[in-house]
Design a protein. Structure first.
Length: 310
């Protein structure tokens, strides 16, 4: 989620110059690039990477293709490809627009320090191109990464004032609301995304992530399968994880891999010497925590023996 803002990228220049311009010597490369942008908005990274590579083949000096291939590779955790395309973009000697040079600087900053937020660059680009969603997405996610969720929300809402494709904005709003534990507004945002793009598998995948966050595994499974039914490349593994959680939660038997963390004891039972099952509530006899890792667990707390705390 926190890397998503790097791949919500630039659209081509319009006749009113409302969008960050695209520098290339090939009209075909620009057309392929525009298709890649649409794929990135739909979070279809496989298609976007394929189109960006085709655009780069048409124009080997196409900076924005190099830039976005680097960012996509980082998002997909492909460090070798990231370095390859990031170096290409960094060393690109084409005559670039001021906006592209700022993006080049932002990439160099990230190469030097992966935690660098580039907030000042995104603000400057938003001032230069106030009708282009890209710098607002970057700025909003940089703010959210710093914990400044309210300003991030306000930044995304500015996009809604001018964009003709609000679906991705509601998607980002949903994740940002989740980051601030505002699940009511997160759900409204994801529902709006589904309403706007009912055939986009990502809208259902995002709603599935929401349900997972609130531990509604049955609805998470359904949402992930809704995404999978629209595109077989989407959400199947997530759906199976939700199904497993749903089944173990309903059976009362929890797979150890889902237990990692710290748990408060709320109750239990044992069998006495006569074979009778004796139940108890945690607050009556025990005040305990149990901490699980992948291989070990430990308990800490206290319990009563007669009138004594042990």
């Amino acid at each position: 989620f926190l890397l998503l803002f790097f791949v919500l990228t630039i659209e081509g220049a319009s006749s009113q110059n409302k969008k960050i311009p695209v520098t290339s010597n090939s009209a075909k490369a620009v057309a392929l690039y525009q298709q890649a942008v649409t794929a990135m908005e739909d979070v279809d990274f496989a298609r976007s990477i394929d189109l960006l590579k085709k655009a780069l083949k048409e124009d080997p000096k196409f900076f924005l293709s190099q830039y976005n291939l680097a960012i996509n590779s980082a998002f997909l955790n492909r460090p070798d490809e990231y370095r390859k395309y990031a170096d290409m973009a960094k060393n690109n000697q084409s005559k670039l627009s001021e906006a592209e040079l700022l993006l080049k600087k932002a990439l160099e900053n990230r190469m030097n320090d992966p935690k660098y937020n580039n907030i000042e660059i995104w603000k400057k680009l938003a001032e230069m191109y106030p009708k282009d969603p890209e710098p607002y997405y970057n700025l909003g996610m940089s703010l959210a990464a710093q914990g400044n969720f309210k300003e991030a929300i306000d930044t995304y809402k500015k996009i809604l004032e001018f964009t003709d494709k609000p679906g991705p904005t509601y998607n980002m709003l949903g994740y940002t609301y989740m980051g601030m534990n505002d699940f009511a507004n997160a759900e409204k945002s994801f529902d709006k995304y589904i309403q706007l793009e009912p055939n986009n598998p990502n809208s259902y995948d995002s709603k599935g992530d929401y349900y997972m966050e609130i531990k509604d595994y049955a609805n998470a499974y359904k949402s992930y399968m809704d995404a999978y039914e629209r595109n077989a490349n989407w959400s199947y593994d997530k759906a199976q994880k939700a199904k497993k959680l749903m089944e173990t939660a309903s059976s009362g038997v929890i797979d150890l891999k889902y237990l990692q963390g710290t748990w408060q004891l709320v109750g239990g039972w044992w069998f006495d010497n006569n074979g009778e099952k004796v139940g108890f509530a945690g607050k009556d006899l025990f005040n305990a925590l149990k901490v699980w890792s992948d291989k070990y667990f430990t308990c800490v707390g206290r319990y009563k023996v007669g009138d004594k705390d042990m």
